[in-house]
Structures are given as C-alpha cells and as structure tokens.
Design a protein around this ligand. Structure first.
Ligand code: SF4
Length: 243
C-alpha cells in the first residue's frame, strides 16, 4: 500500500469485507463515508440503476458526498440530463473528469474511430487515465459493481484494496441482485437513465453501446463485436499485465 493509505492492511480490508457480507449497502456506506470522507469519491456513470441507487443511499448518509463521472465526450444526451437531474435533486455538484485528448485530438493522433479498432486504447485514454486523475489524493472510491453483472465480477468483495488506482475500493452492492437494485430505485423514486426502458441495459459511450435483445446478457450491448467486456476500470492489475 502507498503511504497515503496506511490505516488498513489488505488482511484488515478482507476482514471488513467479510464483516459486511450479508449486511445492507447503507451500513457499508456509513462506514466508508465515516472513515474516508472527504477523501472518498463515488463513481457514477449515470448509465445503470446501481450507481443511481448508490447516490441516493450515500446522499442520505452524507448530503455532501462527492460524486464523480468520466466524461468521455461520447455520452448520450440522456446521460447528461440525468447528471443534471441528480445535481438538482441532491443539491450536489457532480465532479467531471475528461480525457486529456479531445475527440478531435484523439482522431488526429490515433486515427478516426479508435473505438472501432482499438477499444482498449480508447478506454485507456478516455476512462482509465481520467479515473486515475479523479482518484489522485483520494483514499477510497465507491463503485456500483455487482457480482451478478458478469462472470468477471462474480468474486467482487465488498471492500478491497484497488492496486490499479492505489486506493481502497468499496462495492456496497456487491451481493445485491439487479432485482434488488430496481426494487430500491422504484421504492425510493430514484431517477434513472430513460434509455434503460428502451432496451439499453448497460449504458456507456454512444459508439460502444447498443440495446440488448430479450434473453441476451445485459452487458452484451457493450463493445458489441469485440471480446471486450470491461472498460479497464475494474480489471485487476495482474489481468491487465499478464505474465
Ligand atoms: S466505451 Fe468506446 S468510445 Fe467510450 S472510451 Fe471506451 S472504446 Fe472509447
């Protein structure tokens, strides 16, 4: 662990994760925000219901919760509208992190439509590096990862050390199912991206998101035509640099 994160060993984080297993996400958020705020940020893509449920829960624990998103420059208009609605409803200013490369500069340097040729590089430039910048100086971040979202997420702990970004990573919804998230969203009248009701079950950039058909994996609409299933934000270092 780095020097700014000296309070918990990996073993202690593992023990905390087991402690929270079976508990409610709000309990995890109370601990995390109590322990780390203001050095903790909640990542919300304004794409899926999980992030929205988390924002709603976190705002009740700390009305001044810090929420950030990665503005890739290729988001849907509905996504920006939802961001604005969140700011109004919760009275917060969502922090935006953009790529160092404007879409035009990226096209000049790496060629047109990089996402159609090398989506890993495109995600690195527009998501992973900005995410690193968002977490500079932070001690922890909160993600909406759930084990039922994909086989790559099946082992997600509630609390873990995130080697990629050098901070504690908190996944309060790790054990929740999609049904539980939607139940929460409906019960608390939480706003969500209207594209979901048009078949977009997982929403990212316009270039790499399509609606899914009945029976398809919810994430099948992301990077359709590529084996890629993750943007790189939630991939362990060992898998990014095999061997
Ligand atoms: S999701 Fe697509 S357009 Fe967005 S950063 Fe990744 S590859 Fe680029």
């Amino acid at each position: 662990m780095t020097s700014r994160q000296v309070r918990f060993t990996t073993e202690e984080l593992g023990s905390l994760s087991r402690h929270f297993e079976g508990g409610q996400p709000q309990e995890v958020l109370r601990w995390a925000l109590g322990e780390f705020h203001p050095d903790i940020l909640l990542a919300c893509s304004f794409g899926g219901a999980s992030g929205m449920a988390l924002v709603d829960m976190a705002a009740q624990v700390r009305p001044d919760v810090r929420v950030f998103y990665l503005d890739t420059g290729f988001l849907f208009p509905e996504t920006y509208e939802l961001r604005d609605e969140v700011e109004r409803r919760y009275g917060i200013k969502v922090e935006a992190y953009e790529s160092r490369w404007s879409p035009e500069a990226q096209a000049r340097e790496f060629g047109e439509e990089l996402w159609s040729r090398d989506p890993d590089l495109c995600c690195q430039l527009r998501k992973v590096e900005p995410n690193q910048r968002a977490l500079e100086g932070a001690r922890a971040w909160i993600s909406g990862l759930r084990r039922d979202q994909a086989s790559t997420r099946a082992d997600t702990p509630v609390v873990q050390w995130d080697e990629s970004f050098g901070v504690v990573k908190v996944n309060p919804l790790a054990a929740w199912t999609e049904e539980q998230v939607w139940e929460y969203v409906r019960e608390h009248n939480v706003p969500y991206n209207p594209l979901v009701d048009r078949g977009y079950k997982s929403i990212g950039c316009t270039h790499c998101t399509r609606p899914v058909r009945a029976g398809e994996d919810p994430r099948a609409g992301r990077w359709s035509g590529f084996s890629k299933t993750e943007c790189g934000l939630h991939v362990p270092l060992a898998e990014k640099n095999p061997g």
